[in-house]
Structure formats: C-alpha cells, structure tokens
Design a protein around this ligand. Structure first.
Ligand SMILES: Nc1nc2c(ncn2[C@@H]2O[C@H](COP(=O)(O)OP(=O)(O)OP(=O)(O)O)[C@@H](O)[C@H]2O)c(=O)[nH]1
Ligand SMILES: [Mg+2]
Length: 205
C-alpha cells in the first residue's frame, strides 16, 4: 500500500482566498481538537512531524494543504470544540470550516478523526451532516485505540457503526502504534480514486 513518498506541504490558509487551486482531488481530515488528525496524517504518509502535532489542543488553527503528487492532496483542518479560545476566534474557525466544505469542488472525501474513548460528539455529527449535504463520502477513524482494552475498542466501534449506518464507514486506528494503518490507507486511496472514477467522461454507447 502506498506511503506517498512524494508528499509535501503546500500551504496554510487562514481564509478561503488562500486555499490552493481547486482542481484534482483532495481528502480532508476533520475532527475535534486533539483527536489525533495531524498524527493520523503523519502515520498514513509515513513522515514524522509532517503535519504538526501537539499535546496542546488547538494546535492546527489553519487549513493546511499537503500535496501527494498527481494533483491529489490531503487537508488538515483546524480542530473543533476547543473550549479555551475566545468566541471571535471560534466563529472564525467555524466560518473557515463551513467555507471550506461549501466551496471545495475537489473535496472527494472526508476522514473524521474521533477519539475512541469519546466516540461521536456533537461537532462530529455536524460534520457528517455537512458532508451528507454535499454528497461527500466519509470514513471515520476511531483513533487512540491503543489506549483502550481490545474489548472496549471493539464495542466502541460497533456502537459507532450502528450510529453511522450507511452514512459512513468506520475503523479502529492508532497513530502511535500503527494499528489499522493498512485499512486507513486503503480507505484514503478509495476516497481519492473514487473522485477520479466519478469524474471520467461517460462512455459512448
Ligand atoms: N496514544 C496515542 N496518542 C495519540 C494518538 N494520536 C494522537 N495522539 C496524541 O494526541 C495528541 C494530539 O494529537 P494531534 O495529532 O496533534 O491532534 P489534532 O487532532 O491534530 O489536534 P489539533 O491540531 O489541536 O486539532 C498528541 O499528544 C498525540 O501524540 C494515538 O493513536 N495514540
Ligand atoms: Mg492538528
């Protein structure tokens, strides 16, 4: 499975005018602050501290674009639900995220990163709703699975799958231990390639 050897940082955007050109296909990583989005990106592309990680919630405050080569990209979105920022800043984040989901034509899939000890929260459900509204497929990574006993992790996965139904797929993952890495890479690839297939011109009859 690909480890994306050509992965490179492209740009950080604080507003939609700074987003990279909206062509090709990209997969966005969304999730609560501190859930493990940046760690998941680093593990999937097999680069240490490629997307910046931190023990402090609220580390990723900008929309960060990474190129994978071939007009394919990953996007590290700012985490939501971080209580310690002021109201104005929180509104700015919400507008930035909403602007991203509303306008981004190259968005071919979203990976929602959820702490497996907390399961789906209010903002995750909001994100699922936004994705459904724009017909964007979603895969849920239940991360930090290494912090749970196997039985607890499996029970959490079953609950999340029951809640998601057909609206999204889900798996257990650990960014630090590499658990579920092949499945995560396969899902990412499917989200990126799905866009390619979908954008093929119809075959002549
Ligand atoms: N044990 C364990 N720790 C993890 C895992 N994934 C992330 N962490 C830790 O959780 C903390 C937050 O990880 P980040 O990847 O920075 O989280 P983020 O979702 O990008 O956070 P923001 O940028 O603040 O939104 C860091 O201390 C990571 O080392 C995991 O799978 N297992
Ligand atoms: Mg981050």
């Amino acid at each position: 499975m690909s480890e994306y050897p050509d992965a490179c940082f492209l740009t950080s955007a604080d507003n939609p005018h700074q987003f990279v050109v909206d062509d090709g296909a990209e997969v966005a990583f969304a999730g609560r602050s501190n859930a493990g989005k940046s760690t998941a990106i680093n593990t999937i592309v097999n680069r240490r501290n490629f997307a910046r990680t931190s023990k402090q919630p609220g580390r990723t405050q900008l929309v960060n674009f990474f190129g994978l080569g071939d007009d394919l990209r990953l996007v590290d979105l700012p985490g939501y639900g971080y209580a310690k920022v002021g109201r104005a800043k929180r509104r700015h984040w919400q507008e930035l995220l909403e602007g991203y989901f509303r306008s981004r034509r190259s968005l071919s899939g979203t990976i929602i990163v959820v702490d497996s000890r907390r399961l789906l929260g209010e903002f995750d459900r909001l994100m699922l709703d936004w994705c459904q509204a724009i017909d964007c497929p979603v895969h849920v990574l239940l991360t930090k699975a290494d912090k749970l006993k196997r039985r607890e992790a499996t029970a959490g996965l079953a609950r999340v799958r029951a809640e998601l139904g057909d609206s999204a797929t889900a798996q257990l993952f650990s960014g630090t231990k590499g658990q579920g890495l092949d499945e995560a890479r396969r899902s990412l690839q499917a989200l990126l390639i799905g866009a390619r297939l979908g954008s093929e011109p119809p075959l002549p009859d």
